[in-house]
Design a protein around this ligand. Structure first.
Ligand code: NDP
Length: 288
């Protein structure tokens, strides 16, 4: 459906460097169009040194808000005047909201998106039932660990190639979070309720992660944040052995839902298959 904007249109967007491959404009504009909103969602790609100037220039409500992606998530948190508990815990913001009084509020919806993806693709999964294992110790792992701690996981185990990075993440998140090396995966997986790949291993063109997922219980849910390819070698192996799996595209769409509501004051309209649109754009097929 084609729309024309009026001078009263609400404008939001996504900022990253690069931002060219972001699926957020596709997702948000599909919802805007279906809801018939007088609104637009646009990409911004400042030079890395220009992020702060862009954000300062938007103070005062010139636009309603921005999603923030790499490499600006930590800087976004630091520039905000107020921060949600989720953003503080994740140490990063993927959402900035600009109020008309000139203040900026930082939030992080990645954890909500992660838990929404589990609810959608592994219904009945209870984060409080068993330890959760997270592979990786970067920004995505930090957000995931914070979300599972908040959701009541009895223990979150961070396994990373560089142990010191896992240790520093665990130290900052409290007693329920422990750090291990990737070579300790067999023991860490043995009683896990969920194993999540939050490393960038498995991205198109890179080798998959070589960890013994077969040592996890068969009712363990296995998730990969990488969504290109959609069925990563890690998920394919877990699935072949009968485990339920959750993909990174469900998380990406899951984090967009609360962002859309924060920008435009309404829920995304039902009946828009943004997953199919994203798969088509990525040149990917739905998982069987
Ligand atoms: P970072 O660059 O901050 O962290 C990368 C992590 O991957 C580090 O822990 C690094 O280990 C590890 N790693 C990289 N290559 C390998 C390898 N070959 N073997 C073992 N470990 C490896 O990235 P982010 O945390 O920001 O993102 C991680 C992934 O999550 C990316 O693929 C990103 O696209 C995806 N993501 C998906 C989202 C979604 O909505 N689906 C949302 C956010 C992120 P080390 O410390 O040793 O270098």
């Amino acid at each position: 459906m084609s729309r024309s904007l009026t001078g009263a249109a609400r404008v939001a967007g996504v900022v990253g460097a690069p931002v060219r491959h972001s699926l957020s404009p596709l997702i948000h504009n599909a919802w805007i169009s279906a809801a018939g909103l007088d609104a637009a969602y646009v990409p911004f790609s400042p030079p890395e040194s220009g992020f702060a100037a862009l954000i300062e220039g938007l103070r005062g409500g010139a636009i309603v808000g921005l999603n923030v992606t790499l490499p600006f998530k930590e800087q976004a948190l630091a520039l905000a005047d107020a921060r949600s508990a989720a953003a503080e815990a994740a140490g990063a913001a993927n959402l900035l909201l600009f109020a008309s009084d000139g203040t900026i509020r930082a939030d992080n919806t990645d954890g909500t998106g992660l838990l929404a993806a589990f609810a959608e693709q592994a219904p009945g999964f209870d984060p409080r039932a068993a330890p959760v294992v997270i592979l990786g110790a970067g920004g995505a792992a930090r957000g995931a660990a914070a979300a599972f701690v908040a959701a009541g996981a009895p223990e979150v185990r961070i396994l990373n190639r560089t142990l010191a990075r896992a240790q520093s993440l665990a130290d900052s998140l409290g007693d329920h979070v422990t750090a291990l090396g990737l070579d300790q995966a067999t023991g860490a997986f043995a009683d896990a309720g969920a194993v999540i790949n939050a490393t960038s291993a498995g991205l198109s063109g890179q080798g998959g992660l070589d960890v013994p997922i077969k040592s996890a219980p068969t009712d363990c849910v296995v998730m990969d944040m990488v969504y290109k390819p959609l069925n990563t070698p890690f998920l394919a192996q877990a699935q072949a052995e009968g485990r339920r799996t959750v993909d990174g595209l469900a998380m990406l769409i899951g984090q967009a839902v609360p962002s859309f509501t924060a920008f435009f004051g309404v829920l995304p309209p039902p009946g828009v298959d943004v997953r199919a649109l994203a798969l088509e754009t990525l040149g990917l097929k739905e998982r069987s």
